[in-house]
Design a protein around this ligand. Structure first.
Ligand code: HEC
Length: 137
């Protein structure tokens, strides 16, 4: 099921630039997304840290605690996550957690939601992943 969707997404991407507000095409390899979602600008950890603290889009701290930042307790703390997960695994976790484990409270942040834009843009995902990768105990 997954392969045809990726192929269709890749074909559409080749035919036309990704419209604003849509999820960009990406390829899942094993348990992660090895390639950055953005071709040109790498993720910036400082921007990711700010984004992760904002209530509107990401709101990670509603559920997760991170040392030094106020956070919730309904999800595992993210301290040390940069050491326990690889960057490809972190990217898939943020992009679409339903492909990691189904039926969990963790939202899918880069997934089209009908006509609505994904919660985080491709660049925002890269920024958040860059920050998560710095969280080592
Ligand atoms: C509504 C609550 C909620 C929000 C908001 C949320 N998460 Fe989660 N997240 C969870 C839960 C619950 C899990 C554990 C899922 C499971 O059972 O495996 C999780 C799991 C994860 C994992 C995998 C942890 C591991 O040990 O494998 C990562 C990474 C993660 N979240 C990052 C984020 C980031 C980054 C954000 C914000 C962009 C975020 N989460 C927002 C609830 C949330």
């Amino acid at each position: 099921m997954r392969v045809p969707i990726v192929l269709i997404a890749a074909a559409l991407a080749a035919a036309a630039p990704v419209a604003r507000g849509q999820a960009v095409p990406y390829e899942v390899v094993k348990d992660g997304i090895p390639s950055p979602l953005t071709a040109t600008t790498p993720g910036a950890a400082a921007r990711g840290k700010l984004l992760l603290q904002q209530r509107q889009q990401a709101n990670c701290l509603q559920c997760h605690a991170i040392k030094g930042l106020n956070g919730g307790s309904s999800a595992p703390p993210l301290d040390g996550i940069g050491a326990s997960l690889t960057v490809p695994q972190l990217r898939l976790s943020v992009v679409d957690f339903s492909q990691v484990a189904a039926g969990r409270a963790m939202p899918s942040f880069h997934k089209a939601r009908g006509d609505a834009a994904p919660r985080l843009s491709a660049q925002e995902v890269e920024d958040v992943v860059a920050y998560l990768a710095t969280l080592r105990l």
